[in-house]
Design a protein around this ligand. Sequence first.
Ligand SMILES: Cc1cc2nc3c(=O)[nH]c(=O)nc-3n(C[C@H](O)[C@H](O)[C@H](O)COP(=O)(O)OP(=O)(O)OC[C@H]3O[C@@H](n4cnc5c(N)ncnc54)[C@H](O)[C@@H]3O)c2cc1C
Length: 475
Amino acid sequence: MATGILARRLRALVGDDGVVDADDVLLVYECDGYTLERAAPELVVLPRTPAETAAVVRLLAEERVAFVPRGAGTGLSGGTLPLAAPVMVCTSRLREIESIDLRNRRLVAQAGVVNSWVTRAVQGDRLLYAPDPSSQTACTIGGNVAENSGGPHTLKYGVTVNHVLGVELVLPSGEVVRLGGAVEDRPGPDLVGFVVGSEGTLGITTRATLRLVRAPEAVRTLLAIFDSVDAASEAVSDVIASGIVPAALEMMDRLVLQAVEQAFSAGFPADAGAVLLVELDGPAAGLEEQAEAVSAVCRRNGSREIRVARDEAERALLWKARKRAFGAVGRLAPNYCTQDGVVPRSRLPEIVRAIAATAERHRLRIGNLLHAGDGNIHPVILFDERDADEVRRVIEAGHEILAACVALGGSLSGEHGIGVEKIGQMPLLFSPDDLLAMTRLKAVFDPEGRANPHKVVPDAKVCVEARAPRRQAAM
Ligand SMILES: Cc1cc2nc3c(=O)[nH]c(=O)nc-3n(C[C@H](O)[C@H](O)[C@H](O)COP(=O)(O)OP(=O)(O)OC[C@H]3O[C@@H](n4cnc5c(N)ncnc54)[C@H](O)[C@@H]3O)c2cc1C
């Protein structure tokens, strides 16, 4: 069907303001937070309700049109890049928190609800939604479900999959299925667990039933300052080995600290090699002892200074600096690319050394932000997209770092997903048989392969051929 006719039929479903087809506006949708590859869709549809979303997908099914789902577009692995998918279905207008069940600690949110709105809705009742990606003031629940997002506090509380009890999914056929629900431990295969982290390749999530947790009675936030990343990494392993599980255990290296300090004046020493931001929470009784034990471990590993946030304002400043660190790094270069890999915690010193060696080999500046307690690394590679050779080196460096993660017993993604960015590296982790099994599982939900095609699982020759004509590298 011609794009113009499809746009007209979609407008009949979602209203005039629910379809974007002007070339200049479509450019807004040409990439997400992964900017190294760009391609604008032919149409963007913005339904307002779950029912409208299902109607849109039914129309696309009738016309056999492939689609790519999108939430807020903060993804960092290119999951929203339209590859052989002319239509983007954006769920950001599905903004309603539909119900809150305080007694059972459940909340039903539509897909476009922004992550931080969930906690805001229940914090007066001393509850919170634990998964807290640093992008939480922008990213949506639909995107979080698709990426199985983590965040600083998921070390203790678990990532999105541990907090999503049910999802409503519009299958690519347009059929609406409800998986899971308000109760735990349903019999049969864990279909909710399969949908969480599937990166929009099984259909479109329209609603999710979320678990809420009790806000901790007390919190202690410490900043431990180290001369080197190595020493800070050793301290991370030792803190966990001591039997204490902090709510958060984050690391920033010197390059990131300098950017953050320029942006927020949070009091980070410019000459520090690395800092650990450690948050302990739980019952007030015993928290002070835990803070002292963590401080002792840090000192044993060479921490030269440990600061304790004296009040909520100091704590908030430390977290603001950490959660907005990616933005602050944007001051250092015209562009940056955030990598995401994971290694067993005890291998952190090795991966950090490997990253430094990669930076030197490729003549690149790379800063490090780590959800260190999880072994989740985020090297931030600085570059200028106008320099084609530098862009090539950035891509190679990213591949090298991920290969090093795998070689150290880790994985290709700690939380940002595979998207298009890492699809070529899936064979490092999975055999052809594994990948075939994944393809067959997707086909149960999406037999025609119309939901976010050519993402996550490489489909070899077809994938390469389909991508080639639509891709425009950002150089
Ligand atoms: C500054 C910054 C900090 C970040 N910090 C973190 C962090 O701490 N932890 C973390 O895990 N991530 C982090 N991210 C990455 C990103 O915010 C998360 O992956 C987030 O979950 C993406 O949500 P979104 O709504 O922006 O989704 P999008 O970027 O729009 O989409 C991401 C993927 O989800 C799919 N999708 C979106 N909505 C739906 C839906 N309704 N149904 C089906 N599929 C859908 C898309 O097709 C795509 O594959 C960060 C990003 C930035 C820019």
